[in-house]
Design a binder for this molecule. Structure first.
Ligand SMILES: CC(=O)SCCNC(=O)CCNC(=O)[C@H](O)C(C)(C)COP(=O)(O)OP(=O)(O)OC[C@H]1O[C@@H](n2cnc3c(N)ncnc32)[C@H](O)[C@@H]1OP(=O)(O)O
Ligand SMILES: O=C(O)CCC(=O)C(=O)O
Length: 379
């Protein structure tokens, strides 16, 4: 396959794991890396070697797997961080440099010259050791625009092969993302990557805006796991590219659901039922008007078929259901009710759903029919 128009650099194993309370063990990190590779993710940010032994053992184990995906270690602009990445056997390093006033004043006491020296020294060290280098502008979205551009050009001049635009605290909207990122894309000869956070629920939209502005790589995490409100979700970015932008980037989308389940289990972070693409309600229909139409043509209330992302369609009887769905379920179980009886079972369904605060199982619906003594209707 030719190089896809957009590459995914998945950071579930780095920014995803930075979600408060999440801690993957070695086996989990290896299993997630293998699965990401299996679904066709192009690059994996495997972790932070500078964290020490526990983390480096996991990263080394992943590096030894000989995956198709390219592996990157995340580093501060600190030479000992790069050495730690090299010790793991990584050939590619991502070097993070804060670029906003608030970050530089907090981390470098406002000494931007020292900040840039550290960037220079760490890039030079990495290149001297034969590494491929990407640079991340941390907090790019709150940085002075001209300073950000200078840092990006400086990184390019020093030999970085990619620059990452980070909306570190998720403060941009898609329009601002587009304009800010476009300026960087137009100025640089090297590719630009987009890294977005979900503090205002805009991470995926902003990642897409970055791509629209010319980013060739998007940084994602499975289930949107990550710092605070999380990152752009891999499954959302991939499916939006595929279905809204008609861009197939070579991801095996029917495997996305199992990948989501693996990360949910390893992170102990359940996915909410309404979560796009991988939530359990994404292809479930209960409401009468929806179910009536879906029974005839699923496209009425589905943007694409559930099988495309590993799901099966579910039609469930509950408080909002109507007679068409109820009759269908009953007929599948050999029961034919007249209009009056159907209406009265529906009433019973609504009442039971409110009491149980959920939809009903098929058996519970059948029990309601039994209780209504419509035995003449049973075949
Ligand atoms: C936006 C992001 O997501 S950035 C990634 C954040 N991820 C993490 O922090 C998770 C992993 N981190 C860790 O395990 C630790 O923070 C380590 C190993 C990296 C460093 O640990 P420690 O030496 O104990 O330092 P600590 O975490 O308390 O402070 C961070 C230090 O890094 C410095 N720093 C922060 N970012 C950068 C950077 N991009 N480049 C250079 N130095 C940096 C800070 O100024 C501070 O320096 P100081 O020790 O001289 O005061
Ligand atoms: O890679 C970087 O430079 C920082 C990435 C990051 O996690 C962020 O800015 O939120």
């Amino acid at each position: 396959m030719n190089q896809p128009p957009v590459l995914i650099n998945d950071t579930t194993l780095r920014d995803g794991e930075q979600a408060a309370g999440v801690a993957f063990n070695l086996q989990e990190k290896v299993a997630i890396a293998k699965f990401l590779d299996d679904v066709g993710v192009h690059e994996i940010e495997v972790g932070i070697p500078a964290m020490g032994e526990e983390e480096t053992r996991a990263i080394q184990a992943i590096a030894n797997l000989d995956l198709r995906a390219k592996l990157l270690g995340w580093n501060r602009a600190v030479i000992s961080d790069i050495q730690a990445s090299m010790a793991c056997g990584l050939k590619r390093v991502h070097i993070c440099i804060p670029v906003s006033g608030v970050q530089i004043s907090t981390k470098f006491q406002g000494q931007w010259r020292i900040t840039l020296q550290q960037l220079r020294d760490s890039i030079n060290f990495a290149l001297d050791n034969g590494l491929w280098v990407a640079v991340g502008g941390e907090d790019a979205s709150r940085a002075d625009k001209n300073f950000l551009l200078d840092v990006a050009l400086y990184a390019q001049e020093l030999g970085a092969s990619r620059f990452r635009f980070c909306d570190t605290v998720g403060v941009l909207d898609p329009f601002a993302t587009y304009h800010r990122v476009r300026k960087i894309v137009e100025a640089l000869a090297i590719p630009v990557e987009i890294h977005t956070h979900n503090d205002f629920g805009l991470a995926t939209a902003n990642a897409l805006a970055g791509i629209e502005a010319g980013c060739l790589t998007a940084n994602t995490t499975v289930n949107g796991l990550g710092e605070r409100a999380g990152n752009a979700a891999l499954e959302e970015v991939v499916m939006a590219l595929k279905r809204i932008y008609n861009l197939d980037i070579g991801i095996d989308t029917p495997k996305l659901l199992d990948l989501s389940r693996l990360v949910a289990a390893a992170s102990r972070c359940n996915v909410p039922p309404w979560k796009a693409i991988v939530g359990e309600n994404t292809f479930a229909h209960e409401s009468g008007i929806h179910a009536h139409s879906v029974l005839q043509n699923p496209m009425t209330y589905e943007p694409f078929s559930p099988e495309e992302v590993g799901w099966e369609r579910r039609l469930v009887v509950g408080k909002h259901s109507g007679r068409h769905l109820l009759s269908q379920v009953l007929e599948e179980n050999g029961i034919n009710l007249n209009a009056e009886e159907t209406k009265s079972v529906l009433e019973a369904v609504r009442k039971a759903s409110v009491e149980k605060k959920r939809s009903l199982t098929t058996q519970e619906v059948l029990d309601l029919v039994q209780q209504g003594r419509y035995s003449h209707a049973l075949r």
